[in-house]
Design a binder for this molecule. Sequence first.
Ligand SMILES: *Cc1c(COP(=O)(O)O)cnc(C)c1O
Length: 531
Amino acid sequence: MLNFSQKHEKPNRVEFESNLPAFSREEERNRIMELSNQITYVSTRGGQSGVTASQAILQGLAKDGGLFMPDQIPKLDRTLEQLSAMSYQETAYEVMKLFLTDYTEEELKACIKKAYDSKFDTEEIAALEQADGAYYLELFHGSTIAFKDMALSILPHLMTVAAKKNKVDQEIVILTATSGDTGKAAMAGFAHVPGTRIIVFYPKGGVSQIQELQMRTQKGENTSVVAIHGNFDDAQTGVKKLFGDEGFQTELAAKGFRFSSANSINIGRLVPQVVYYVYAYGKLLKQEAITAREAINVVVPTGNFGNILAAYFAKQMGVPIKKLICASNDNKVLYDFFATGTYDRNREFILTSSPSMDILISSNLERLIYLSTGCDAGKNRKLMEELGESGSYQVTADMKEKMEDFWGGYASQEENAAEIKRVFADTRYLMDPHTGVASAVYQKYKECTGDHTTTVIASTASPYKFSRSVMEAVSGELSNKEEFALIDEMSVLSGIPVPKAVEEIRHATIRHNRECSVEGMKMEVKDILGV
Ligand SMILES: *Cc1c(COP(=O)(O)O)cnc(C)c1O
């Protein structure tokens, strides 16, 4: 693989230069990057550029508080027909090699092999189930039965390779805010990984009982879990603050620690998520559900905007996707944004039956905002500063037009429950409350637009992770039974065996009891690290 800096300094660049006009330094650099297929990363706020993929993954968040973006979104270099014949692992390589250009083929293939193995309960890794006139892309067949496993199974491997590549000898401390699913998936991925520690903050009272049990029973001396007295936004803002605290970072560096992130602000989370949209399209093609180059719609139950942004990347890479339908729950800040062009987080934070979407500050939207400004980091930074100061910002008509691939919708708690009940009654397909939001929004989309394009609905969690909400939705009444009784009932009702991830915690011992206030997060990190 070509290395840009070497290439640039070499005097005989004849192979690139011959019949071409003179280029400015910047243009020349871009052109050489393109010819050598090297992608580097820039901060959405302009403070960093020319960062390699492995450096971006190690760093997590850019130093200026921005998010890393590839300097271009690469095009797939295999045809859709070729991709349709590939396994999940092969597809993963074809997609990821285009973004993570400083990883060798051998490194990347080794990471993929370790990540997508028998931890998943299906060889397909992501299953595509046809029900109720749509295709449910089941992303919950990994070890923690939510879609976060799709990226967090590979992130620890990408990170340890990155550490070696960049000769980092400090211990990597993964700081993670979770709305319920990231925390467990990240701990499962990083537990026992040498040279790493992971600290997870979750909103006390803001996650499902199974989610909480999954986290608090996590094994591994390098894992810590803290319940914070606040909501997910508090947790995420607190973590971002620690990333921005240079004094603290210097203090920790002296003790041999450096921070990174397992949240979807890390580009190492986003890239592996692009894979399953490419894969799903290939599967539809293989099943002859669509013809080559026929466009599909994608519906994504959205919180932090990471999953749907991955679908948008897939579209930019060349997967024929028409609309990206962004489904929100009662915290419908994104629905309002796509409707009006104003992002406004000044509203009540509502706890719902789809807790992993209970978010008012969708971090990854910043990446779309940046793209919609035509990659104008200054403009993006201003808007993000406004968001920090007043809690809202407004995009221009031109920017709004650039986001027309997105269609925003939302479903209330009641609509969600009714949808779970309806689809189960009609088809026996039992979905979790996040997928329920997506499914309900999809019905609204069809009604509003009359568009009946073949549609993939991202199914982001197993119903077993939210047994109470699901069983109450199906029966139409509240239940006072205990969680595991409901789980056993669900198994009888659905005919689906209780997943291993749930059986494992039925009798597991609680290992984590930490709690802290939002202000106390820094002290808690210090205490955990013993500094
Ligand atoms: C995290 C999560 C979401 C939201 O995904 P984002 O990438 O944050 O938009 C939806 N459903 C489930 C089950 C999740 O765990």
